[in-house]
Design a protein. Structure first.
Length: 146
């Protein structure tokens, strides 16, 4: 299994507002950058879209170290998801899960991709080179959406 390091980030100018997502993929000395945006979205949707697009870019099962600065995405995928699924996509307060469409897509990619993913949180805007590059890519996505 190839090892790949991924950094993801999302950005939004206004929440909701124009938003962007950015991905930096690193495998050995090879790097790939991805970014995109949407006119009317939220920061959480862009954070999730970055992870989704990163996993979609992998063409075969990989050992992945995935860095993200979103506690929402990290806790959602590692803690909250099983409960939401068991409750029919409802929260503990019996409310519909926000962004259920993206959670379902992310869940399918994680479950069906054959990857071994090590989810790692990194503090955003704190000088981590990979996170800073993903942030810059997400901001390019915002500009593209505008």
């Amino acid at each position: 299994m190839n090892h790949i390091v991924i950094y993801t980030d999302g950005a939004c100018k206004g929440n909701p507002g124009p938003g962007g997502w950015g991905v930096l993929l690193q495998s050995g000395t090879t790097e790939k950058e991805l970014f995109g945006g949407e006119k009317g979205t939220t920061n959480n949707r862009m954070e999730m879209t970055a992870v989704i697009e990163a996993l979609k870019a992998l063409k075969r099962p990989c050992e992945v170290t995935l860095f993200l600065d979103s506690q929402y995405v990290l806790k959602g995928i590692t803690e909250w998801l099983p409960g939401w699924k068991a409750k029919g996509w409802k929260t503990a307060a019996r409310q519909p899960v926000k962004n259920a469409d993206l959670w379902q897509e992310l869940d399918a990619l994680v479950a069906g991709g054959g990857h071994r993913i090590d989810w790692r949180w990194v503090r955003g805007h704190n000088g981590d080179p990979g996170n800073e590059r993903a942030d810059a890519l997400a901001n390019r996505g915002v500009e593209q959406a505008r």
